[in-house]
Design a protein around this ligand. Structure first.
Ligand SMILES: [Zn+2]
Length: 296
């Protein structure tokens, strides 16, 4: 009896979690449904969902391709997601060269030739990858609030193209969210402005645009998407000791073995932060507070 009671309690909990999640459109895999009303906007990664909901407000149904905990460098869409694209109105891509989009965007457009593809990276200058061994440009554009502002404007233009009758609604929404991004940018700028050693190590080099914007220097641990060799690990540790670097960033999605080992050897701290957090403004604000507290 007792175990049955526990079982049904957890079933109730699971059901309510599912209910809450589906109300907010958070179930991205296998549970995609036709939008009942409004403009169907599909985005690649979670931070874009905050942008899309901010600009589209009540007029949009936002679906996220790469769900929580999955990797946009390697993600494969589900059949339900692909089927959903047939009726979507807008695909809001990051546009900066994320592997997932490079592999899939042409197919997405072929599935639904009427779907408007909004390129979030329009008007954003890409910077080279932090990892010298990798050729190409850094795709993590959204991690600078200044770039996020541009992405929001690009989406706003797409929405007004699809739904011109509500242009002023989208413009007002975008202006409100952009004001929040600007105040975020100003507060982050202030917290990093007086540093003498603004250097940090990062397991995955996601923070190039953030570092560029705030005068910081990101040193990557991972090599071409893999754990570093013993030789490069030793080199990074030497550099960190010599340059008095003592912060190691990791994302919850990546292995922490090398990062923890380095932090231990240099007597530094590990800061965990998710570059794909859905609560974009809040998570960037708390990350910046934490990072600026550790940097010198
Ligand atoms: Zn990445």
């Amino acid at each position: 009896m007792a175990s049955e009671g526990i079982l049904s309690n957890s079933a109730v909990i699971v059901t309510s979690i599912l209910l809450v999640a589906s109300v907010f459109g958070l179930i991205a895999t296998g549970e995609w449904k036709e939008p009942e009303e409004g403009i169907g906007v599909v985005v690649s990664i979670l931070p874009q969902a905050e942008f899309a909901r901010a600009v589209g407000g009540d007029n949009v149904q936002v679906s996220v391709m790469v769900p929580q905990g999955e990797e946009p460098h390697t993600y494969e869409p589900t059949t339900a997601q692909i089927r959903y694209l047939e009726s979507a109105d807008i695909y809001f891509k990051v546009g900066s060269g994320i592997d997932f989009e490079i592999s899939w965007m042409d197919r997405f457009q072929a599935i639904n030739p009427d779907m408007l593809i909004v390129d979030g990276s329009d008007g954003i200058s890409l910077i080279p990858m932090a990892d010298q061994s990798e050729i190409g440009e850094d795709p993590h554009i959204w991690l600078s609030p200044i770039n996020a502002k541009r992405m929001v404007e690009n989406l706003m233009e797409g929405l007004t193209e699809i739904d011109p009758g509500n242009t002023s609604y989208y413009e007002d929404n975008a202006a409100g969210y952009i004001a929040e991004l600007e105040s975020l940018d100003a507060s982050i700028y202030g917290s990093f402005s007086a540093l003498e050693t603004p250097k940090f190590l990062s397991y995955h080099a996601a923070w190039g645009y953030f570092a560029e914007r705030y005068g910081l220097e990101q040193i990557q641990i991972e090599e071409e998407g893999k754990e570093p060799t013993a030789y490069s690990l030793a080199k990074i540790i030497d550099q960190a000791v010599e340059e008095d670097i003592d912060v190691v960033l990791i994302s919850p999605a990546f292995s922490t073995r090398a990062a923890n080992q380095i932090a231990e050897e240099i007597g530094g701290v590990v800061v965990i932060t998710d570059p794909l957090a859905e609560d974009y403004i809040e998570s960037l604000r708390s990350f910046s507070d934490e990072l600026s507290g550790w940097l010198k």
